[in-house]
Unconditional design. Structure first.
Length: 287
């Protein structure tokens, strides 16, 4: 039985998190990965995280720590701090566990939603493929730099629109404890405000998937205030991995759309939940 697109997206994300975050391969492809098993056993997550910290510190002792992954950079900074400011091995371990849990389902679900939206809107899929073919004529050499992937205008629009319509973390649990007046605005106790699908911000087609809306200067100005567009939230408690997540999403979507076409299986209807794990029915056609 072929794996669902959600499982494929999840596996791709495991690979990216392992290499970018820790320069570590979780063996996601050949067999059920250690990371997948970790979701069923906190003990395994704890063991793997502790092992990663120990390995990096051994590399420090041997003068071999040269990686540019997040864990290596974190340890390089940590060893230069005064004793009272350094994180303990236990704290470093929990940073790894946070990165694994917070960065896995969120990004893989975003992949799945992007492919689902493309399957619904083949014309938008074709527009992105045209941009990718123009920028990278030889698909066997699709190895973009960070600046190159960010220069792809329509790809940026697609990612923004996907995250606008289907934000992985759809709400903030922090709310006002009492009624407040902020400037000229009344903020009610326990108030909830929907932003991403507001016609006042995104226009009359706010419910529609339309990546081209991000080419409209008036919309760009409207969401330039970061409080109007919050796929990663904002402020000091925003998503610490947002830059990595965006780069990962753009590169993976670039590879997939450059090489494959996606279409819905007839008769399939998606089911949304508060923390969606859609059972995808998307077929993949090699280009």
């Amino acid at each position: 039985m072929a794996p669902s697109i959600v499982r494929v997206a999840s596996t791709l994300n495991e690979i990216c998190i392992g290499l970018v975050g820790f320069n570590y391969e979780f063996n996601s492809l050949p067999s059920p990965s250690e990371l997948a098993i970790a979701y069923e056993s906190l003990f395994i997550v704890d063991r793997v995280s502790k092992k990663l910290v120990e390995e990096r510190y051994n590399e420090v002792k041997n003068g071999e720590l040269k990686g540019k992954d997040l864990l290596s950079l974190l340890i390089k900074i940590n060893i230069t701090l005064p004793a009272e400011e350094k994180m303990t091995d236990e704290e470093l371990k929990y940073q790894i566990m946070t990165f694994l849990f917070a960065g896995h389902e969120t990004t893989s679900v975003s992949f799945a939603w992007a492919l689902y939206l493309f399957a619904q809107h083949p014309h938008e899929q074709d527009l992105l493929r045209e941009e990718l073919v123009k920028a990278f004529p030889d698909k066997s050499k699709f190895n973009p730099t960070y600046d190159e992937i960010n220069s792809l205008e329509y790809l940026n629009c697609v990612v923004k629109e996907t995250l606008r319509l289907n934000t992985s973390a759809i709400h903030v649990r922090r709310v006002n404890l009492k009624d407040e007046i902020l400037g000229n605005y009344f903020i009610p106790k326990l108030g909830i405000l929907a932003l991403h699908k507001s016609p006042e911000i995104c226009g009359p087609t706010a419910e529609d998937f339309d990546p081209k809306r991000w080419l409209d200067p008036s919309l760009t100005i409207n969401v330039s205030n970061l409080s109007n567009y919050l796929p990663f939230f904002n402020g000091p408690r925003n998503c610490i991995g947002n830059k990595v997540a965006l780069a990962e999403m753009k590169i993976v979507l670039g590879i997939l759309i450059r090489n494959f076409g996606f279409q819905l299986i007839e008769g399939f209807n998606i089911r949304k939940r508060a923390f969606p794990a859609p059972i995808s029915k998307i077929s993949c056609i090699h280009n």
